[in-house]
Every structure is written in structure tokens, then in C-alpha cells.
Design a binder for this molecule. Structure first.
Ligand code: ADP
Ligand code: MG
Length: 238
């Protein structure tokens, strides 16, 4: 069980406040999508949840536990970046197993986790290839697989499809929806693509200059944007 809460979450770099009093309750199992223009703080917000950035003020909790002082590896989260960051010299199998080996899990357990993740993502036939022998979509699937093997309670995705071509982006969108259905895990997903947000999200969080502008279901935001900014981003064009 892992809900995610942000309470007055604020982050400054020097004198620049990049996140300002973000209050948000993300339910266990919810698919939440952060949208907003470039530079509005989406990645910083994910990094704060992941523990890769420390808050200047406020609190993050995961599964009811305050994690401000908990190391990223101990937060029960896994993050997938837009650049896949696969190890080029390792096979797909080794890439998937790498994090688990660091945790010193028994070999049989690692093999089982790798096989299960490969089956979920339909990459079982690619396990002995190197990343350079894969297409963009296959690489992205391996990157997601590396997150899945760790059985996180929360997945964080930072614009995971932005390096893919348009057709593949559409196909992968369905895969994310399927993955959420299969795993039932809390998913926090950043994109600047409105269609992606509308199709994937249980709720969308619209960010503007480090603040939450509006939170709601895709239908709510589309039909009843609170501000012109939200309307411009997701709202009905009328
Ligand atoms: P987004 O992902 O929405 O494009 P980011 O969270 O990456 O936005 O960045 C938000 C703002 O914070 C930007 O103005 C960016 O330049 C600034 N920023 C991000 N990381 C750092 C950092 N490590 N040091 C200084 N400024 C940063
Ligand atoms: Mg970003």
C-alpha cells in the first residue's frame, strides 16, 4: 500500500523558488499525471518524491511514512527517465538483474523477477541482446523492466515517451495503461503531451511556475478549467 502525500512541499535552488507550497494527496493505486510547460517544476517534483532532491520546506510521505530523511533506495519507489540510461555493455538480462544483484538477492529470486518482468513487457526474446541491438521502443521497455523487477510501491515516470516517434508513442501509451492495470501500482507520470495526460490519468495535476494550478479528472479539467492557463493546456477549445 502506498499513497503519496506532499504537504507544503517547497524547493528553492539558491534564491529561485522552483516548487511553492505543493499540497497533494495521491491515492494508493492511482495513475496521476503532472502536466505543465517546460521549466514549471515537473521533474523537480518527481525528484523530490524520489529523494533525489531535498525539500527546502514541507514534507513528503509515502505509504503513511514521512520520507524526508529516507534515502532514495529505501523509499519503495522506482523512477524511469526519458533517457533510458541502460548499461551499454550489459545484455538486457544483466540490465534487468543489475539492481537486484546490488541488493544481494538469491540468484533464483533474481532470475524469477527478471523472467516475470520480461513476460509482463513482452521482451523475453530480447534478454540476450545488448541495448544497441534494440529499437527505441524496446529500450524503453527494458528501462521500465528495470523498474518493475524491484517491485516498487510507486513508479515515477519522467516524460518516458518523449524520445520516441509519434506512432510508437501512441502504442506505448496503451502499454502504460495496461501496465497500470496489471500491476495496480501507484503511478506518477510527467508529460507535456495533453493527449497522453488525458488518456492515461485518473487525475491530472496542472503545474504552473512551481504551483499546483488545478487538480482533477481529465473530464473535469476539460469541461471546467478554473483558469485560462488550464483551459489553454487541457480545456475545451470553445
Ligand atoms: P520541468 O521538468 O517542468 O521542465 P524542472 O523541474 O526541470 O522543470 O525545472 C524547474 C526549474 O528549476 C527550471 O527553471 C530549472 O532551470 C530549475 N532547476 C532545476 N534543477 C535545478 C538545479 N539543480 N539547480 C538550479 N536550478 C534548477
Ligand atoms: Mg522535466
Amino acid at each position: 500500500m502506498a499513497d503519496v502525500r506532499l504537504m507544503q512541499a517547497s524547493k528553492s535552488f539558491g534564491t529561485t523558488e522552483v516548487l511553492r507550497d505543493v499540497n497533494l494527496e495521491i491515492a494508493d493505486g492511482e495513475f496521476i499525471v503532472f502536466v505543465g510547460p517546460s521549466g514549471c517544476g515537473k521533474s523537480t517534483l518527481l525528484r523530490v518524491i524520489a529523494g533525489l532532491e531535498e525539500l527546502t520546506r514541507g514534507e513528503v510521505s509515502i505509504g503513511g511514512r514521512t520520507v524526508n530523511d529516507i534515502a532514495p533506495a529505501d523509499r519503495g519507489i522506482a523512477m524511469v527517465f526519458q533517457s533510458y540510461a541502460l548499461y551499454p555493455h550489459m545484455s538486457v538480462r544483466e540490465n534487468l538483474a543489475f539492481g537486484l544483484k546490488l541488493q544481494r538477492l538469491p540468484r533464483a529470486e533474481i532470475d524469477a523477477a527478471v523472467e516475470a518482468a520480461a513476460a509482463t513487457l513482452d521482451i523475453g526474446h530480447l534478454l540476450d541482446r545488448k541495448p544497441k541491438q534494440l529499437s527505441g521502443g524496446q529500450r524503453q521497455r527494458v528501462a521500465i523492466g528495470r523498474a518493475i523487477v524491484r517491485k516498487p510501491q510507486v513508479f515515477l515516470f519522467d516524460e518516458p515517451l518523449s524520445n520516441l516517434d509519434a506512432a510508437l508513442r501512441v502504442r506505448m501509451r496503451y502499454e502504460f495503461a495496461g501496465l497500470h492495470k496489471t500491476l495496480g501500482t501507484t503511478m506518477i507520470y510527467v508529460t507535456h503531451d495533453q493527449v497522453e495526460a488525458m488518456t492515461l490519468a485518473d487525475r491530472i495535476v496542472v503545474l504552473s511556475a512551481g504551483r499546483v494550478e488545478q487538480v482533477g479528472t481529465p473530464a473535469e479539467l476539460y469541461a471546467h478549467p478554473d483558469t485560462i492557463f488550464v483551459a489553454g493546456f487541457i480545456g475545451s477549445p470553445k
